[in-house]
Design a protein around this ligand. Sequence first.
Ligand code: CP
Ligand code: NVA
Length: 300
Amino acid sequence: MKRDFLRLWDLSEEEILSLVKRAIELKGGADKGKCPLIGKSIGLIFEKPSTRTRVSFEVGIYQLGAQSIYMRPEEIQLGRGETIEDTARVLSRYLDAVMIRTSGHDRLVRFAEAASIPVINGLSDLHHPCQALADVMTIFEKKGDLQGVKVAYIGDGNNVANSLVEASGRLGFTLTMATPEGYEPDAEVLETARSGKGDIILLRNPKEAAGMADVIYTDVWVSMGEEAQAEKKKKRFEGYQINSSLLSCAKPDVVVMHCLPAHRGQEITDEVMDGPNSVVYDQAENRLHAQKALLEMLLA
Ligand code: CP
Ligand code: NVA
């Protein structure tokens, strides 16, 4: 029976913790040169741009001994109107798994339902679960635990925020979120996470959310595909910037996280991005290790 990874909720608490443990082992050099996925082929479909997801998957797949096949819709028949279901059925006859980055989450679900091989969400409008795996790994590395950790998310209740909500729901860390009205995380995602261990508090005031935080997390105000709303959103999110003044509300050893790419000067200042509390590049590196652990779990 194939296993998909479309949202973080698809994994149990035990599975997430064991993936984090395995990712830390892999980062430390365990099994270097071993190729558990030798002979396998993994498709990477990108309907939106990517730096981290593309390169970390391609490198990770190579390190595990498999090959990756990068596909943009305009280069395959999907871009000429072949249905997502037919694409999924045909690719399932050649490949061992597919990672897909697309817009509507329903499109991803349709692809996964038609595919007979594991499908991984490389970002949809609703979720970014591979990012959340690396985020949880980073928090664990930096804080030594997840229990009792207070994470403050400041900004847009977007795909990255939704996956962080599900991480809190599975793992039980406290997640305090400050968003402008109308930009809260998805209602169904919140309900799902709160049915688990999620201790999720929604606020408006960024300073209140950042109070005594161990981790401050932000993401862009304007996600891919939202360009038409850019000016409106930039105005709406004024006051939600991660800057030195906001950092002073948190614990002195607070770590600052951002999934990247950052819009320096908007949601985060240069001073904070490049400052001593920032762990954004470790977080980006962890995408590689966390996804290798995920691929091993789904395919080895
Ligand atoms: N964080 C993230 O997914 O980055 P990319 O868009 O560069 O893949
Ligand atoms: N929320 C952002 C994340 C990019 C990795 C977007 O969807 O564009």
